[in-house]
Design a protein. Sequence first.
Length: 218
Amino acid sequence: MMSEQEAKLRAQIVEVMAAMDARGLNRGTSGNVSARLGEDMLVTPTGVPPSMLAPEHIVRMAPDGSFDPAGMKPSSEWQMHWKLLQLRQDVNAVVHCHSRFATTLACANRPIPALHYMVAVSGGPSVPVAPYATFGSAELAEAVCETLSGQFGTLMANHGQIVVAPSLKQALLIAEEIEEQAAIYWGTLAIGGPTLLADDEMARIADRFRSYGQKKRP
């Protein structure tokens, strides 16, 4: 019998996919979402558009990569999601999308520099670009994990963007902000390029972000 936690996560994954589609972060069947469920992973199925996605379509995968053969097949990018969740015990969710401006920069192999303090939501002073590898491959999973390191978000060369976070809601918000910063950077390039913030200022901003917003009280 499905636990309450699993049912909730399945519904949240469907909501995040729908939100990405509604906010223009994704189109068609591109992009995928996953969440940690104990030792297992819940991940979106391959080839199902958000408008047709339902909680029962979400694929539960065991640590050995197995899943119920009677159900849907997992996303072609499941290896990337799985590796990130295994390596990053500080996160519980992964959001990958092909948002327009982030993908434009990724196709030009242009990291997003420190042009605005909100770039720091990525967990670093800039948003890097992971080297290109074929989608769905172990090589892509390795490249993304290595580039992401301790940050929350990175671009993927000739592909899109990917975000990890403690929750699905946070991952979606970071992905949306990375797309916004990508759009701002793209705009500044059209008028001569941005004026960048200094490294020490980005360090101060990162420190501010640690206590920003409403934190849960013990």
